[in-house]
Design a protein around this ligand. Structure first.
Ligand SMILES: *Cc1c(COP(=O)(O)O)cnc(C)c1O
Length: 398
């Protein structure tokens, strides 16, 4: 029998070594639990990297995918398909946005948003093209979204970068004001920075950015790839801050684990026209059928409301753990996007200690773990996971 370690050995010889993986070979999942190829069980606080909106293998998704796979899998966008149109309608009717384009990933969604801004600048702003983004942001791994990302370590090996991006400190409205010139066409931000360490902006920051964009005819692009679709306890993150974007990017939670992304425009930002964009698989009938099942379930079961309550409960429970362990310096987040920060760079050791005890977590910084469980996480699983985490902290940090 081929063991987990055998598979990992084969991977090391055949697969490009770009990601340092956790030494677990996953084979099955249900709700907030996953099993490895040997049948060992783990509670999953990584949640398919914040994609598991409905948990693993939710029956509504399984049914939608199975039925659609039996009917039709791919058509190309030369033709209409009903799930794509229904999903578009559902997203627009439940957001402040007016139009949507479906793609296959977060990076592609952000690429689309950037195209919208470039095209808007060409049409309405005398060729303005520069986009202000934040330090510690993450916008994707394509050449252009890497240039947009405000973390130099993603960029170092890839120069020259796509021009037209300016990075300023997050949570600093003055920095955006100072960076704005006649070349600026847009400001692009994550409502809460995810990969940057779960950084929640101060109250009023996003509203101040919105006001500045209105004053200067700039587009506000919100990269909601991680924050969208319930993660922050609202269907979309912008609703938590009372700020409406002109362009929004979605992906992770939208497909509930199936690869789909979207970028959406509101009003004057509807700048793309025939020939400006396209995609062979974008809006594919199988993935849109899956996402349709996700969004319908999110709405009918008020997942955002449940996440609001669960997030508060989880942050409070983690703050109680912090009171008992001096190694924790900060617990922060919103909804079910939470980081626990430590005095020392012990996140890798903690990840290993959690793994031994049957809990999957993400090391978002050398000194911080990120928790992004399925949005359907039960209170019992939440408590079990936090107890494992506390035990791991006691073992690693004393
Ligand atoms: C994950 C992420 C992306 C990139 O998404 P991919 O699907 O990995 O291309 C972009 N922006 C944000 C905010 C993300 O969290």
């Amino acid at each position: 029998m081929t063991t987990s370690r055998d598979w990992q050995q084969i991977e090391s010889e055949y697969y490009m070594q770009t990601v340092r993986r956790v030494p677990v070979t996953l084979a099955r999942g249900k709700d907030s639990t996953v099993w490895d190829d040997q049948g060992r069980e783990y509670l999953d606080f990584v949640g398919g990297w914040a994609t598991a909106t409905l948990g693993h293998s939710h029956p509504a998704m399984v049914q939608a995918i199975t039925e659609q796979a039996g009917a039709l899998i791919q058509t190309s966008n030369a033709f209409y398909t009903i799930p794509q149109i229904e999903l578009a309608q559902l997203l627009i009717d439940n957001s402040c946005m007016d139009r949507v384009f479906f793609c296959n990933s977060g990076a592609e969604a952000v690429e689309g948003a950037i195209k919208v801004a470039r095209r808007y600048g060409a049409l309405h702003r005398d060729g303005a093209y520069e986009i202000i983004t934040a330090l510690d942001s993450f916008h994707g791994r394509t050449m252009t979204t890497v240039a947009a990302t405000g973390q130099p370590h993603y960029q170092e090996a890839l120069r020259p970068l796509t021009p037209g991006f300016l990075h300023v400190p997050f949570n600093d409205i003055e920095a955006i004001r100072d960076a704005t010139t006649e070349r600026t066409v847009a400001v692009m931000l994550e409502p809460v920075q995810g990969e940057g360490g779960v950084n929640v902006p101060a109250p009023g920051y996003l509203a101040a950015v919105r006001a500045w964009c209105d004053e200067h005819n700039l587009l506000l692009i919100l990269d909601e790839v991680q924050t969208g679709v319930g993660r922050l306890g609202h269907l979309f993150g912008y609703q938590a801050f009372g700020v409406e974007p002109d362009v929004m990017a979605l992906a992770k939670g939208l497909g509930g684990g199936v690869p789909i992304g979207a970028f959406l425009t509101r009003g004057r930002a509807d700048a793309l026209t025939y020939g400006d964009h396209g995609s062979t698989y974008g809006g594919n009938v199988l993935t849109t059928a899956a996402a349709l099942a996700v969004i319908r379930t999110v709405l009918s079961e008020d997942i955002p409301g449940r996440v609001r309550a669960a997030g508060e409960r989880m942050i409070n429970a983690l703050r109680a753990v912090a009171d008992r362990h001096a190694a924790i310096v900060d617990v922060r987040g919103m909804g079910l996007l939470i980081a626990v920060q430590f005095t020392e760079e012990i996140a890798a050791d903690l990840l290993a200690a959690c793994l031994e005890r049957g809990l999957l977590v993400n090391r978002v910084r050398p000194n911080a773990l990120r928790l992004m469980p399925p949005l359907t996480l039960s209170n019992a699983d939440m408590d079990r996971g936090i107890a494992i985490l506390e035990d791991a902290i006691a073992a690693v940090a004393g």
